[in-house]
Ligand binder design. Structure first.
Ligand code: PMT
Length: 409
């Protein structure tokens, strides 16, 4: 695979937060990927990590003042801004985010930011209350409106020992985002700017106010696809059953639903505006015919009889609505006669492509971070078999084939 970071000039802005220690790993990874890294530190950042660490890892003297005091050498923020192919601010404290949003150019980092012509990636890191404060939220929105790319903070344990949103994105994920950015810039995907809908997760079918019928889907596969397609520039909306996973790519929209009926209604409403739809949700095929309005009590000797009725087949109804310029991709979760069943589903639901996963394969299907898929296409009747991979990598394989089909439509 091409290395899209090779030779790229990255200005790494480091500000004063505990996550500054991660800037060392980030520098190391970027240099390893072939990038030239110029660290720019605020005065506060130097309280958390020494300039010596970053200059050693980057092979460049750290810049932090407008000039070197003993020699009087001037550091041109304009030249630095023009040199950069990208600027990454990691970690970005609430203070620096505020200064960037307001144009408060009182240090080398913010002046470089204001002079930068290249894309700017901002990786917030702070305590959960600061992160949630309307001022921080508004400043981040403002940076987004300037075209900056926010690599969102994650949830987890924070330096304060509180748990919540505010952990800086992991250096590996920041590098991946940069790689994707440069890949898209150099070889734009045919899906760039296209509208993609993905159904993900399970559905819940109410028995009474406290019980439901559902399945083991966690949404991991569907959300990995959403992230992958968004990273290729698609405008992605996920129609999602109840899950705890979240998209990691900026810009992915999520519409939450609970039951198959709700998922069907939302999917049918959105599909006509979409170029591609991927049906990854594990939709309950049946629902209780008459859910009880009150909790069913343990009364009498006989257990209650649950009468079920059929749910709509969402993929099939979209297959009926599908126009020639739309692409419909389905999944098939099988336990036996895998290829035969998947092929039948592809025909019956008028899918252009079906992603088969079998519960007979260890590490495939529900809940795992991995999957093993075979992808069947209708037009050319081809079957592509893949080994066990992470769901993120499987999403990449599916996206590659969607791109191919989309180009050949
Ligand atoms: O969410 P994870 O834990 O990561 O697990 C991923 C997964 C196993 C859920 C995923 O990889 C997967 O296989 N999704 C489809 C599950 C499924 O319901 O398969 P199926 O063979 O029953 O359905 C075939 C196709 O019709 C699927 O595209 C399904 O979304 C769709 N369908 C099914 C029933 C229904 N009423 N409406 C539908 O749209």
């Amino acid at each position: 695979m091409a290395n899209f970071l090779q030779g790229k000039h990255i200005v790494l802005g480091v500000t004063g937060g505990i996550a500054a220690y991660k800037a060392a790993v980030l520098t190391r990874l970027l240099v390893k990927a072939g990038a030239e890294v110029q660290p720019v530190m605020t005065a506060a950042a130097k309280e958390f990590i020494t300039p010596l660490t970053l200059s050693t890892l980057s092979g460049k003297p750290v810049i932090s003042e407008f000039f070197t005091r003993n020699t009087g050498e001037w550091h041109s923020h304009v030249d630095l801004g023009l040199w950069a192919d990208a600027m990454v601010v990691a970690p970005a404290t609430a203070c620096t985010i505020g200064k960037m949003a307001g144009g408060v150019a009182d240090n080398m980092l913010v002046t470089t930011y204001l002079s930068a012509k290249a894309p700017v990636f901002v990786c917030p890191a702070m305590d959960l209350d600061m992160m949630a404060h309307p001022s921080t939220v508004a400043n981040l929105r403002r940076l987004e409106s300037y075209g900056n790319i926010i690599i969102d903070a994650a949830e987890g344990e924070l330096a304060s020992h509180l748990t919540g949103k505010g952990r800086m994105a992991e250096p590996e994920d920041i590098v991946k985002t940069l790689e994707r950015y440069f890949r898209n810039a150099q070889c734009p995907s045919p899906l760039s700017g296209r509208k993609v809908m993905i159904t993900a997760g399970p559905t819940r079918e109410k028995i009474d106010p406290v019980r439901y019928i559902s399945n083991y889907s966690t949404g991991k596969m569907g959300y990995a696809l959403a992230d992958e397609l968004a990273a290729r520039g698609a405008d992605v909306i996920v129609v999602s059953g109840p899950v705890s996973v979240k998209p990691t790519q900026p810009g992915v929209k999520v519409v939450g639903v609970e039951s198959a009926l709700e998922m069907a209604e939302k999917s049918r409403e959105l599909f006509p505006q979409c170029d591609v739809a991927v049906m990854c949700a594990a939709v309950a095929d049946y629902r209780p015919a008459a859910p009880s309005a009150t909790k069913i009590k343990r009364e009498g000797n006989e257990p209650p009889q649950l009468q079920l009725v059929e749910n709509p087949d969402i993929a099939r109804s979209l297959g009926e609505m599908k126009q020639d310029d739309q692409l419909l991709v389905g999944f098939a979760l099988e336990t036996d006669h895998e290829n035969e069943n998947a092929r039948k589903k592809m025909q019956r639901k008028k899918l252009d492509m079906v992603v088969l996963n079998s519960l007979r394969d260890a590490g495939a299907g529900f809940g795992t971070d991995t999957n093993k898929v075979t992808i069947l296409t209708r037009k050319d009747n081809v079957s592509h078999e893949f080994p066990l991979k992470s769901k993120a990598e499987v999403a990449g394989d599916i996206a590659d084939l969607i791109e191919l089909l989309y180009c050949n439509e």
